[in-house]
Design a protein around this ligand. Structure first.
Ligand SMILES: *Cc1c(COP(=O)(O)O)cnc(C)c1O
Length: 391
């Protein structure tokens, strides 16, 4: 039996990830595969680690790309820090905080959750009360909650977590490369990310970093890490100077991430953050002209993930399907309790460009008009253009 070749179309990815991929990153994927101990590959890994440290804002030697997507990064941090019976505090204000709690439970932790409504963030006071009461070994929190668009401030929370002698574990899957992630400055003990959000690389690797306090905790373990594949103690023998075989690194994905990080640093981190902020402002102005509101607390809205309320009378599935079929644009629907209530519009990495924002706004106008929804006379693209003109 013969099968047709897979011929995926070229989409405009404006959802919660994956994001648009730069052609240089796609070309890097197609470079010849070499062995995982080839000196050329070892050099690529060294450079990749150095670039990851810059993007994470850290000098942590233990900074690397785990094989697997963002969730593998989450699992790596959790299983290496948690031993059976350890207390873990998880701050849950969206789907991914909930996932972290689930992963910690499976790793044998005694998990306490504190919760905020979807779209809200935690205050340092709330976290202080919880860490003083629970005395957790680890406190986990999500920097950029992709399910709600909430941007969690971390500085004061880091202080209260450390006052209680707890380690701070941060989910930076969506924040890395889109807003500042300053691991050393914030005193983050362990962080993980993914490649397909603001780094604009295909999904498949999970950058992680562990600080000195986290390494100490790992060195003092009395139980083996419950995952062989994700055991940092074993992985560091390959990523470190020993170069001992552990598992075959996904060679071409590492090329791709190397190229994606080169593009991030060539652009400059500050410029990249400013670019995300600009296109967010333009999108927001365009949506406001259409009468579309954001779902979360406006003080804490992420630039790269715009969670907006579906206008009254609009059919969620039909609008998203028309955007995809007619315009080739993918946006995300709501997750968990937000299902059917919001659209999640991503402006991650390469997606954050004015051509994409303007095309999306006019396409969305088309879809809403098609459904008989009357829109304000003001043009959404004109409102966005004003922002661009002022910038
Ligand atoms: C996407 C995402 C994850 C999970 O990453 P996968 O690559 O889908 O495994 C975890 N946390 C956050 C905040 C995310 O946005």
């Amino acid at each position: 039996m013969s099968f047709p070749a897979a011929t995926p179309p070229s989409r405009l990815l404006m959802g919660p990830g994956p994001s648009q991929i730069h052609p240089q990153v796609l070309s890097a994927l197609a470079a010849p595969t070499v062995g995982h101990l080839d000196p050329v590959f070892l050099r690529i890994m060294d450079e990749l680690q150095s670039m990851l440290r810059e993007v994470f804002g850290t000098t942590n030697p233990m900074t690397m790309a785990v094989s697997g997507t963002g969730s593998a990064g989450m699992e790596t941090c959790v299983v290496n820090l948690v031993e059976p019976g350890d207390r873990v505090l998880c701050c849950v204000n969206g789907v991914f905080g909930g996932r972290m709690a689930e992963v910690a439970e499976r790793a044998g932790a005694e998990v306490t959750r504190i919760e905020r409504p979807f779209g809200e963030v935690f205050t340092a006071e709330e976290v202080r009360e919880a860490v003083q009461r629970v005395r957790p070994k680890i406190t986990g929190i999500v920097h950029a909650e992709t399910s709600t668009g909430a941007w969690q401030p971390l500085q004061e929370i880091s202080d209260v977590v450390h006052e209680a002698d707890s380690l701070l574990l941060v989910d930076c899957v969506t924040s890395l490369g889109g807003v500042p992630v300053e691991v050393d400055k914030l005193g983050i003990d362990a962080a993980y990310s993914g490649t397909q959000k603001c780094l604009s690389c295909p999904p498949g690797l999970a950058p992680v970093t562990f600080g000195p306090r986290a390494l100490e905790v790992m060195d003092r373990r009395t139980h083996k890490v419950c995952s062989w594949y994700l055991d940092i103690g074993l992985l560091r023998n390959y990523w470190g100077s020993n170069r001992a075989y552990h598992h075959t690194a996904p060679i071409n994905m590492n090329y791709a991430l190397h190229e994606a990080l080169r593009l991030v640093l060539d652009e400059g981190l500050e410029q990249r953050y400013a670019r995300h902020a600009l296109h967010h402002r333009a999108l927001r102005a365009g949506l406001a002209a259409m009468g579309i509101q954001y779902s979360g607390n406006p003080q804490y809205c992420l630039p790269m993930l715009n969670s907006v309320l579906i206008p009254e009378g609009a059919d969620d599935a039909q609008v998203r399907s028309q955007l995809l079929q007619e315009f080739g644009i993918e946006i995300g629907g709501g997750l968990g309790p937000m299902k059917g209530r919001v659209w999640r519009i991503g402006l991650m990495g390469e997606t954050a460009r004015s051509s994409n924002v303007l095309l999306f706004l006019s396409a969305l106008q088309q879809c809403l008009l098609r459904q008989g929804i009357s829109l304000p006379a003001a043009s959404a693209t004109a409102a966005a253009s004003v922002i661009y003109l002022e910038s």
